[in-house]
Design a protein around this ligand. Structure first.
Ligand code: FAD
Ligand code: NAD
Length: 474
């Protein structure tokens, strides 16, 4: 018998599970299908983000940040710690516990919100029918008025450099290394390369990041990227720009990599090689030939501005479609689609989606960079403030970095905010709020910020846009 729903969601990553819960809360009879099996053999909804992405990477980043601070920074506080060491298996077990706690939490949330969860692989066929191959055996058939595809993404493999899960690894492998590799090579100085490179670098790996482009972090504001690069250099993360990786081969337990740069060809060897050159939309097994859903040339599910695919009442969101591959973008896109299905207003402004890179210091931004404003011919003014002049940053031992704000020269509307520094991930939120409300730098400057806090640096940067900062020359 075919079970009927108002909405079937395929994929329970941050796009799918959030949409499914929101749909059930909105009164829609909702099913969600996901096939991920956790390390405990239980269903593990939560997608890349909870299982092999945002959360486990942040668990390892936090563990190794504590370790690194204890090694390098706490002596000046008077903290004496000798013979410090890291038990890698304890660190990994802690990460796994957090992951299973959160994925188990989603299973509970599905129950609490009356979302019917199917642990299996869903395939969309014609007329909004979905065949579900349940993990461990039987198949069921479902049908719905609306379908939401949220099948996510997977790591891009360089054709000549195949993942082997041990020596040549993707994000999944890099979250599971059981012994600190003496030498870790990373292809790609993007978000994953920097975050996971930092994790193993802090534990003592000699990390070399090989980046094809001539510019470091081209998506970030240039001033922020420059400051961040300086901090990473101090941490001995070696980032080689303009470097093409020609081949990688495992020889006698080492990964031998041939690179090409201005100086010619060079051979490097590593104990592990992390390939982090971007992610691709994942649609394997998702769409039957008669589903009516088309893909773009890049393999993403083709959608319009409202996330509607080429098939009637079939939507797609998250990493599987265009736009930034971020968990919060995925979730908000899913919510917007559900609201549209429920007949409510829904809009997602891509310009106010914040980006965060969880290195130390953290990097966060929202809106336009200075180079984008220049390219677009927008007349702007800017203000900045260094954390070195912020009392709380000095008291806490994190003086590195700055806040930079960009505002329209005529209207003063905040157009971009760029932060490199401690807690940038949290500090960016008030800039996002300001931009969502089309607020000005003056609005930010007029808001009372608690003292002493890192957020005073945002306040001072806003005052600096007005050339009225108190604790720096304007
Ligand atoms: P996914 O999370 O990939 O979920 C898709 C789910 O659908 C998966 O469980 C998959 O198994 C399932 N699925 C696919 N096809 C089928 C099918 N046919 N049937 C059943 N199930 C199916 N983003 C941030 O915003 N912040 C971060 O800090 C961050 N850190 C990251 C760190 C790493 C190492 C990585 C790899 C990514 C990180 N991301 C981060 C990106 C973030 O994980 C993704 O943007 C987000 O997970 C996308 O959500 P999604 O729901 O679209 O897809
Ligand atoms: P990325 O797009 O961030 O970076 C990939 C880098 O690899 C780029 O700098 C690119 O120029 C470089 N590159 C591509 N091909 C190359 C080659 N052949 N040789 C050398 N360099 C090459 O991709 P990623 O780091 O794999 O991360 C994928 C996505 O996952 C990110 O774009 C982001 O959306 C998401 N993510 C987000 C977070 C976060 O929000 N904190 C963390 C991790 C991942």
């Amino acid at each position: 018998m075919t079970e009927k729903y108002d909405l079937i969601v395929i994929g329970a990553g941050p796009a799918g599970y959030v949409a499914a819960i929101h749909a059930a809360q909105s009164g829609l009879k909702t099913a969600c299908i996901d096939r991920t099996v956790g390390k405990d053999d239980k269903p593990a909804p939560g997608g890349t983000c909870l299982n092999v992405g945002c959360i486990p990477s942040k668990a390892l980043l936090d563990s190794t940040k504590h370790f690194s601070h204890l090694q390098h920074d706490y002596a000046e506080h008077g903290i004496v710690a000798e013979n410090i060491s890291m038990n890698v298996s304890t660190m990994l077990a802690r990460k796994d516990k957090i992951v299973s706690q959160l994925t188990g939490g989603i299973t509970q949330l599905f129950k609490a919100n009356k979302v019917s969860f199917y642990h299996g692989t869903g395939e969309l066929t014609a007329n909004n029918m979905v065949n579900v191959e349940i993990v461990g055996g039987e198949s069921v058939q479902l049908q719905a008025d609306n379908i939401l595809l949220a099948s996510g993404s997977s790591a891009i493999e360089i054709p000549s450099i195949k993942f082997d899960g041990e020596y040549i690894i993707d994000n999944i492998g890099a979250l599971e290394i059981s012994e600190v590799p003496a030498k870790l090579g990373v292809i790609g100085a993007g978000v994953i390369g920097l975050e996971l490179g930092s994790v193993w670098g802090r534990l003592g790996s000699e990390v070399t990041i090989l980046e094809a482009l001539p510019e470091f972090l081209p998506a970030a504001d240039k001033d922020i990227a420059r400051l961040a690069a300086r901090e990473f250099k101090k941490q001995k993360l070696e980032i080689r720009l303009n470097t093409l990786v020609k081949s990688a081969q495992v020889i006698d337990g080492e990964v031998v990599v041939v690179i090409e740069n201005k100086a010619g060809e060079e051979q490097l060897s590593f104990d592990r090689l992390l390939v982090a050159v971007g992610r691709r939309a994942y649609t394997d097994g998702l769409l039957a030939a008669d589903s009516g859903v088309t893909l773009t040339e890049r393999g993403q599910i083709e959608v319009d501005d409202n996330c509607l695919t080429s098939a009637t009442n079939v939507y797609a969101v998250g990493d599987a479609v265009r736009g930034p591959m971020l968990a919060h973008k995925a979730s908000e896109e899913g919510i917007a689609v559900v609201n549209r299905i429920a007949g409510k207003y829904a809009h997602l402004d891509f310009n106010t989606i914040p980006w965060v890179i969880y290195t130390d210091p953290e990097i966060a931004w929202v809106g336009k960079t200075e180079q984008q404003l220049k390219e677009q011919g927008v007349d702007y003014k800017s203000g900045s403030f260094p954390f070195a002049a912020n009392g709380r940053a000095l008291a806490g031992g994190s003086p590195a970095g700055m806040v930079k704000l960009l505002a329209d020269a005529t209207t003063d509307e905040l157009l971009g905010a760029h932060i490199v520094g401690a807690n940038a991930s949290e500090l960016i939120a008030e800039c996002v709020v300001t931009m969502e409300f089309h607020g000005s730098s003056e609005d930010l400057a007029m808001i009372v910020h608690a003292h002493p806090t890192l957020s005073e640096a945002v306040h001072e940067a806003a005052l600096n846009v007005q050339k009225k900062a108190i604790h720096r020359a304007n």
